[in-house]
Design a binder for this molecule. Structure first.
Ligand SMILES: [Mg+2]
Length: 417
């Protein structure tokens, strides 16, 4: 039974998550061959040619001689004297990496790049659109080849670690998948150093304790492993047992959006002025969220107290609240921020008030319950917001003021991390 078959060609309905790891084969060397077809079929090594140079990428023809990434160039030259050495062209690799990334993002909004040539792609919930996991992964490989002329290897599994191990095992030009019910069978015989976090030192210690395979580690008592390996022990036991709940996190999910302003004159915590500012901040934040088609789950109120600490510094208070459902609605953001005022617990006057939103989710993609239709009231609100955005775009932010929201924005700042 091949591992590809183990996944079954069937539905992913029973998969808790469907995670693909795609990794370009011998990326830099393959780009050099792509741009110079005369190199095809030859041992190509990209890397520094000086005495201290190291190999950054080697074609599979060079790897046959034992050449590996990070190997000193001198050693590579001894192993494979006929190799063709080329200096790297980073701008070109970055250029192609962008094309590859766009292909990945056409399969899922949640793509977590690990480097220029590899990424996790969360395919959970894409089955209706893209088909069963293996079909989606095959198409992903085909699209990468069509768009770039380069080959990617892909692993598919319910966890990140397994997906990455599979793409690596499948190289070159491979595709391997493991379904949830086959995870134990897949992990058990693997050498324990396949687990993330098992470096040289830990591996030596594992061997001393008679642990050579992932299965042997999984059978040990986590309490015993804690004594032997510290906090790392139970963590590795979890990984060995196939429990790896780390989510795929896209770049855009790490962002936060913020609006803040320093008052011309310090204001009281319960003043209308501060409320007006928070309403304005809510609307000012909601527009870029909608423009970027994301919603935020967590809202943070930031207050700088009008009590100098010296050196131009002031005490800072932050209070946060996480909503059940992410939002990109200005009034809702303002309502939460205003509500957090009562949790500030200060009698000082306020020098600066800001609102930040984070824990972003895609507003239009797989993260939404595709089968839930929003209540009519919400849809009406969405349409109103889109209309307001259009007005703001045409006439500027100040044209759109909702009720009390005509706040003075003495020193507005917008920060997108
Ligand atoms: Mg690679």
């Amino acid at each position: 039974m091949s591992i590809e078959e183990a996944a079954g060609a069937g539905s992913a309905a029973h998969w808790p998550r469907v995670i693909a790891h795609a990794d370009m084969d011998a990326f830099y060397a393959s780009v050099e061959v792509l741009d110079n077809p005369a190199l095809r079929g030859l041992p190509v090594i990209v890397g520094g040619r000086s005495a201290r140079g190291v190999v950054t990428s080697a074609s599979y023809e060079a790897r046959k001689f034992g050449v590996r990434s990070a190997m000193p160039t001198g050693q590579a030259r001894k192993l494979c004297p006929q190799a063709i050495f080329v200096p790297g062209r980073m701008e070109r690799y970055v250029e192609i990496s962008r094309v590859v990334r766009r292909v990945f993002e056409s399969f899922s909004p949640i793509v977590e790049p690990l480097s220029l040539d590899e990424a996790f792609i969360d395919l959970t919930g894409t089955e209706r659109l893209l088909g069963p996991p293996l079909d989606a992964a095959r198409n992903l490989k085909r699209r990468v080849l069509e768009e770039t002329g380069l080959v990617a290897s892909v692993g598919v599994a319910p966890t990140k670690m397994a997906a990455k191990i599979l793409s690596d095992m499948s190289k070159p030009d491979g595709l391997l998948a493991v379904a949830p019910e086959k995870m134990r069978e897949f992990l058990t015989p693997l050498p324990v150093e396949r687990l993330w976090g098992v470096g040289r030192v830990t591996l030596a210690r594992m061997h001393e304790c008679g642990i050579k395979t992932v299965g042997e580690l999984a059978r040990r008592d986590p309490a015993e492993l804690k004594i032997l390996f510290g906090a790392m022990g139970p963590h590795l036991h979890e990984l060995a047992s196939g429990n790896d709940t780390r989510p795929v996190i896209a770049d855009w999910q790490r962002k936060s959006y913020g609006e803040e302003n320093t008052f011309a004159q310090d204001v009281a915590l319960d003043s209308d002025e501060i409320r007006r500012v928070l309403i304005a901040h809510g609307d000012a934040l909601a527009r870029p969220l909608r423009a970027d088609r994301v919603c935020a789950r967590t809202i943070t109120l930031k207050l700088k107290l009008a009590r100098p600490l010296g050196g131009g510094r002031y005490p800072l208070i932050t209070r946060s609240f996480s909503l059940d459902a992410a939002t990109n609605d200005g009034p809702e953001i303002s309502r939460v921020a205003t509500g957090l005022l009562s949790k500030a617990g200060t009698r000082d006057k306020i020098r600066l008030a800001g609102v930040q939103v984070h824990q972003l989710e895609r507003a239009d993609g797989a993260q939404l319950g595709l089968f839930e239709s929003a209540p009519a009231e919400d849809r009406k609100r969405d349409r109103l917001n889109l209309a307001l955005d259009a007005v703001a775009k045409k006439f500027g932010d100040e044209a759109v003021t909702r009720g009390l929201a005509r706040a003075e924005r003495a020193a507005p700042t917008r920060r997108i991390k």
